[in-house]
Design a protein around this ligand. Structure first.
Ligand code: 0O2
Length: 273
């Protein structure tokens, strides 16, 4: 096929990968803004290379005209989660969306592949808008934990190095490593609650500090330097205490002070007009 034709065929997939990546990243942001734990930790995407598409077609005896239906992972999205439990949540999110239609699910976590590969795959139809109108194209979403991703990335590189014929002694090591990842994921799940609590309080503290700094920043225009210096010193003193309740109390007091200055400033303007 002409190179130009490949470009034309793959272009809608480029768009789908970009859009899907933005959408999943936005989901992470939405969780963060609402102070919620996000079951999605990281999102990446790629369009399959032409040589990888051709290899798959050769291996599976797929004809050129069948390519877009049968090579389901031309558009590929990878979602990394912290815990195995998060994977189900991500699948539920995908199923509940009106812009993604699930074609098939492959649970290689319950049914690990012989290689030791574990991941949850969801094939979706996703509509994109082109000059010729709306087109539904396929995308493969791979959902896995950080541990599963570590294993499959290493194994994928070895497959590439040994051209899919990984020597037995390395295969055995990989199988052992896959078992170790299962144990690791299980161990991590037992402390999931603790980790989530720790991450949540870190998020809450970050947003509290950012609110306080915003308020102080706004006070630069309204209050005098000496007063501001005192407020800043008080903030650093309270921050050092490492006590969330104290920070919250300081935020409330600061809000009252800021409100007072704002009211004064409106009054002041009123007199001048
Ligand atoms: P790439 O380079 O990642 O794009 P299959 O017949 O098993 O090869 P199938 O039926 O198309 O693949 O779908 P499946 O099983 O859901 O796998 C599709 C993708 O899952 C693969 O794409 C890999 O990304 C990943 N995958 C599947 N099995 C393994 C495995 O044993 N090891 C690793 N590391 N990844 C795997 P491609 O096209 O094989 O490769």
């Amino acid at each position: 096929m002409e190179i130009q034709l490949w470009k034309k065929i793959l272009d809608p997939y480029e768009l789908a990968v970009k859009e899907l990546t933005v959408k999943f990243e936005h989901l992470i942001e939405e969780h963060r803004l609402q102070g919620l734990y996000s079951p999605l930790e990281q999102v990446t995407g790629r369009v399959k290379s032409v040589s990888s598409i051709l290899n798959k077609m050769r291996k599976k005896k797929i004809l050129m005209e069948e390519m877009e239906e049968k090579v389901e992972d031309i558009a590929g999205i990878r979602i990394i989660c912290q815990f195995v439990e998060d994977i189900k949540k991500v699948v539920e999110i995908i199923k509940s969306r009106s812009d993604m239609e699930v074609k098939e699910e492959r649970d290689y976590i319950t049914n690990m592949k012989d290689s030791g590969y574990r991941s949850y795959h969801v094939i979706i139809y996703y509509p994109i808008e082109t000059l010729e109108g709306t087109r539904k194209i396929q995308a493969e979403i791979q959902i896995r934990t950080l541990g599963m991703n570590f294993w499959s990335t290493i194994e994928h590189s070895l497959q590439y190095k040994y051209e899919k014929n990984i020597p037995d002694h390395i295969r055995r090591r990989l199988t052992k490593a896959a078992d170790a990842i299962i144990v690791l994921d299980r161990e991590m799940s037992t402390v999931r609650g603790e980790i989530m609590d720790a991450q949540n309080s870190l998020l809450i503290q970050e947003s509290l500090v950012s609110d306080i700094l915003n308020t102080i920043h706004n006070l630069y225009h309204l209050s005098n330097k000496r007063e501001l210096g005192k407020i800043q010193d008080e903030f650093y003193r309270i921050y050092e205490l490492n006590d969330m309740e104290e920070l919250k109390r300081f935020q409330r007091e600061l809000d009252i002070i800021a409100e007072g200055y704002r009211a004064q400033s409106v009054e002041h303007k009123g007199i001048h007009h």
